[in-house]
Design a protein around this ligand. Structure first.
Ligand code: AMP
Ligand code: GLY
Length: 420
């Protein structure tokens, strides 16, 4: 089959590499891909906002299935658009993508279906927000309603921090917004829980924990993710059942009630408080870097999983995993998530080794005249699988040393909760 993958991050390179192993794949196109996908697929530089150009390319090149990696095209309705032209797509439609596109949509669903989540209020202007803030205890959480690449969330320790957050959000820091959320602060440990859905049923798709902050000790600014490990140290059969019964099932039922269904990966960002799960947020896609961390453990052909989900046939599929631990360390450009230099050559990337247990997934890279350049904030993902997390991390550090990139930065403490 001829496949197209939308996106250019580490997640998409990992999906591309995993799919490539399937005997059923004839050719892969990546829109627009990176220097990593360039080695195993054809990268196509295309404007992802122009659905018509994407559709025409798909038709002209007889691409039979499209996998959408990132949230933006999903929230913008790419799936609905392509399906209108009879193109097979793996990913949720525009309405279901509101689970990530609007935090208020999700909160209202939680309210209606009694899904455990932080207590919250919705506010429409600076005055009413500030009035409410005078009555809350700190820390408190303030969130922009719209997509903000993980940056629209403020954990505020004081009234003055909270007032500033309210002003920044309503002054349009994350784009025009009509509302913000003020939420109770949940004190627990986070876990990423994934399922894959086919519109009728779903299968669990492993767990992970990621490190969102840029600095060691989980300090500093929020990023897209500086590393992850899988499985989560918190997951047990009992907890999994609670998540499915109290969070996943009522969510899918809620979508059904508003006349839609869910197809694709669904990512529940959870806070586990005393072994009880609370939904912090939904993402309508795999996590990044959780995807890179999880996929190397997948025994079942990823293409079989995706095509079964797309065709509504997940029920008949058993998804199997290697009984291994997996860890991922992200190497980013120094300065990320603020200013960083672009187009810096990764001179020693050829020295990095890859084998059955060690993987290199590109994110913000491009290839030019046979050299690889760093173009983004998060640049490379080093993943290793092993019987223990400590061994996996040791192998990653060895490999990062081979990269020997003076403009790169990475956290040396990824997985500290599972490594003594
Ligand atoms: P979100 O974009 O909603 O996932 O929020 C980003 C991060 O903020 C989460 O990964 C949590 O670390 C933190 N966070 C969000 N909401 C809460 C909450 N109600 N209580 C504690 N931490 C939160
Ligand atoms: N790792 C967090 C995310 O993908 O949103």
């Amino acid at each position: 089959m001829r496949i197209g993958i939308i996106g250019s991050g580490g997640r998409e390179h990992a999906i591309c590499a995993s799919i490539k192993k399937s005997k059923k794949i004839e050719k892969i196109y990546c829109f627009p891909g990176n220097a990593g996908t360039d080695k195993i697929a054809e990268n196509v530089s295309i404007d992802l906002n122009n659905f018509e150009i994407i559709k025409n390319f798909i038709h002209e090149n007889n691409i039979e299935l499209i996998i959408v990696g990132p949230e933006k095209p999903l929230v913008d309705g790419l799936v609905d658009y392509l399906e209108k032209y009879k193109i097979k797509v793996f990913g949720p439609n525009k309405l279901a993508s509101q689970l990530e596109g609007s935090k208020i949509f999700t909160k209202k669903l939680c309210e209606k279906f009694k899904i455990p989540t932080a207590k919250f209020g919705i506010f429409e202007n600076i005055e009413s927000s500030k009035k409410f803030l005078n009555e809350v205890t700190f820390p408190t959480v303030i969130k922009a309603d719209n997509l903000a690449s993980g940056k629209g969330v403020y954990i505020c320790n004081s009234l003055s921090e909270a007032m500033l957050a309210v002003e920044e959000i309503f002054n349009g820091k994350f784009g025009p917004t009509k509302n913000l959320l003020i939420e109770e602060f949940l004190d627990g440990e986070e876990m990423s829980f994934f399922v894959v859905c086919d519109g009728k049923s779903f299968k669990t798709f492993d767990t992970a924990q990621d490190h969102k902050r840029v600095l060691e000790g989980d300090k500093g600014k929020n990023t897209g993710g500086m590393g992850a490990y899988s499985p989560s140290r918190l997951i047990t059969k009992e907890l999994e059942n609670k998540v499915i019964d109290r969070i996943i099932n009522p969510t899918l039922k809620g979508l059904e009630e508003i006349g839609t269904n869910y197809k694709g990966f669904l990512y529940a960002g959870l806070m586990i408080v005393k072994n009880e799960p609370y939904l912090i947020e939904y993402n309508v896609r795999m996590g990044d870097p959780e995807c890179q961390t999880i996929l190397p453990k997948l025994k079942t052909d990823l293409f079989d999983v995706i095509i079964a989900a797309t065709d509504g046939k997940l029920d008949n599929l058993k998804i199997e995993w290697e009984d291994l631990k997996s860890l991922c360390v992200v190497v980013c450009s120094k300065g990320y998530p603020d200013e960083f230099k672009k187009n810096i050559e990764l001179e020693n990337i050829k020295n990095v080794y890859e084998n059955k247990h060690n993987y290199l997934f590109h994110a913000g890279t491009k290839k030019e005249n046979n050299s690889v350049y760093a173009t983004g904030g998060r640049v490379l993902n080093f993943v290793s699988t092993s019987n223990d997390f400590s061994e996996a991390r040791k192998n990653i550090f060895e490999n990062i040393n081979k990269l020997n990139w003076s403009n790169g930065y990475y956290r040396r403490d990824i997985g500290y909760k599972v490594i003594k």
